[in-house]
Design a protein around this ligand. Sequence first.
Ligand code: FMN
Length: 186
Amino acid sequence: MKVLYINSCIRENSRTKTLADYLVNKIGGNVKEIVLSKEKISPVDSAFLQKRDKLISEGNFNDEMFSYAKDFAEADVIVVAAPYWDLSFPSILKVFFEHINVLKLVFDYSDKGEIVSLCKAKKLYYITTKGGYGPDDFGFRYIEALSKTFYGIRDVVLINAEGLDIYGNNVEDILAKAKEDIDKVV
Ligand SMILES: Cc1cc2nc3c(=O)[nH]c(=O)nc-3n(C[C@H](O)[C@H](O)[C@H](O)COP(=O)(O)O)c2cc1C
């Protein structure tokens, strides 16, 4: 089983990473971790799009620019670790998703114009931690919508530890509770 672990944690001693590592260890399998902060991944620009469109039209997916998309399409399980930043997640994760949304590799269109997934995965875990309490988690909802619309992943599981930066809260207790949540779903 191929597990793709997309790690968008930025801070040292990231609590999100602690939980995501715990979950990934529980899943087991053949894990490939992409630590986005260590990757040479740039926002998509005009030259990138022109090159990508040309290669897609030629059916040529050998270029290095498609490696993330291939990893994503071939994984059996996807794990996304994403700290809660500004009601969403770190921007580098958005850049990653712009890189993987490749026509004819990750999704395609049917004759009727419907989106058809080309991904193997049927399950995605989204792990986040929040300083406060975030009912408006646009980051999770965005990844969930992408998963269901483009990737054919209906089973999207949220692991969410909240209130970690609120004075008086017991961080260890909150993280322990989140690990119990993980134990229930993995
Ligand atoms: C740039 C930045 C933006 C943040 N935005 C929010 C926010 O909108 N709401 C919130 O409750 N906490 C926010 N936080 C606090 C983080 O969600 C919290 O500390 C989280 O546990 C960080 O995850 P980490 O330990 O994996 O880095 C923010 C933290 C940073 C560094």
